[in-house]
Design a binder for this molecule. Sequence first.
Ligand code: SF4
Length: 685
Amino acid sequence: LLDPRPLTGTVTTTCGYCGVGCTLDVHLRGGEVAVITPTRSAPVNRGHACIKGRFAHTFTRADDRLTTPLIRRDGQLQETSWDDALGFVADQLTAIRAQHGPDAIGMISSARATNEENYLAQKFVRTVIGTNTIDNCSRLCHAPSAAGLTASFGLAGGTNCLDDLDRTDCVLLAGANPTEAHPVVGARIKQLVLGGAGLIVIDPRETELAALADVHLRLRPGTNVAAFNGLARLLLDHGHIATDFLTERAAGLDELTAVLHDYAPERVSEITGLTTADLTQAAELYGQATNPAIVYGLGVTEHAHGTDGVRTLANLAILRGTVGTPGCCGILPLRGQNNVQGASDMGALPDLLPGYQPITDPRVRERFARVWGSPVPERPGLRIPQMFDAAVAGELRALYVIGEDIAQSDPCTSHVEHALRCCDLVVCHDLFLSRTAELADVVLPAANFLEKDGTFVNFDRRVQRVRPALDPPGAAKTDFDILRHLAHALGNDLGCAGPATAMDECAALTPTFGGISHARLDHEGPLHWPCPDTDRPGQPVLHLDGFATPDGRAHLAACPYLPPGEQADAEFPFLLVTGRRLVHYNTGSMTRRTPDTELLPAETLDVHPADAALLGLTDTAPVEVTSRWGSVTMPTRTTREVSQGQVFAAFHFATTPTNALTSPHTDSATGCPEYKVTAVALRPG
Ligand code: SF4
């Protein structure tokens, strides 16, 4: 701002960090970002933005940004040309496919990439390679939301939009710390509370919003299902249910009632550690609210029974009839990454084509095959954790990773690194030489969101434009262009000349996106899916005309509580919960290369003061954290934000790789890892 030179332009685009999807004005000077401001008229952020979206942009011109393709020769990654790199990848993929078949090749697409790039990625894998082994990192976060919300309501998205929260008189916030992970939503909830709305927080940690809550259900990690069942039982016992709604629009009440027989408050207290009084207060607050809303995050999904967690949480909204009714507030999952919703919407999934159309449906495959001019493989592919297991077993020989640092972000990283080493070919697109890129055979320099054209879908199903403010540096390319060029090197033409035509093709094949185009978004602004045709607006509120389930009803779920994959024991007496910190984002590859990092230069292990005293730990003292899966040493931070017997860390720093500790246990329904419960031991490091 102190630079006296005039600004040379402004580009309005969508933030590339979290799934809130704030609209940002990127002001340019001399072809570089001068300053970023939140767009005042933006419907999502209403003139607000957080420290990441607003200030964490200097990574884009960091000195160590990858600008040239790299290929491993003589054990070293060496600079090369695009022709050489793509020719090598094409030859290797062709040879692996010829020798081992197409299912020996897998791709991990990217929640950081645009919809159009994800659409092209799954088209590439299905038509050029000939396999359905493609997945995206929603597997690691909100796959249980997609599965759970689809089972309950018929569609894999939140039932309402952020603006609907303005109507609520009670927010039930479960397993989420939006103040740090989704700050603009966190601020919105805080404003609601200051305006008089009730707040129930269900979280093992004392977050900022928990401190503001009317009741904080500080449950034991891994006991969500018992807590949600306990609340459902109290809603039923105390008559806080929408009887007409349940009769006319829901199914499964008898089965749920039978299961809830075992969830009297006393038993729920035993499992969760919550008091009967707190449970009752929460049930009364939610049950008596005129228009309650549910907002939840990864603390619900990233469990061995995460899909059950989503479904039993959705039960509460169904019991109160606050979904699919005019004026309701519904249930909103806080999707993590900027386009994690869109990556799944676009079919970067092993069993679903764009718009969640099942790969096993021959009519769906036939429709796609006709437009793509290529058969669509029938057999569902592997999920991300299955890809790693298959690589170790010698069945998956090539792994193609777009913009994900799986060696830092995925659980049990020693297993991930072993899987990468087992592959004959590992290819990465990335901005920097991440841990995954260090292990790759070919690294292709990619563009970031400030350099891309396309769209993202935010957490409330809003399809929003992404516009390029900068050119990629050096020879870096967008993921879209890399995939098109690689297809050419393999003798194929993916047929989408640019992002706009890719979206047009997607819209023609995907009923939920049928009315969406770049031209319309540019003219009308963001649109919520489903948006089936160009004559109708999108739908901010779902299910008003009936639920999208086969019988048109919302389905209550009768899920008993099952324990997490690990419990604390004598050898590993603490439970580690992982999460995010305000100033950093996921693996930190972007935010650590900005001034943000001065505010948080290193990860810490958060330990309750009483536990720290017993162990002889003081603030900043190194603590060695050991689980059954790995060991990491990091500085101690004593805080009452965690309960005794529990510890917390984020995974933003490659030097303290928290996910070396997390276990390979996954959600039984979706394969989502159990990041939120790992038994660990501590000792002064
Ligand atoms: Fe970006 Fe999320 Fe911050 Fe908004 S809240 S500016 S989308 S990181």
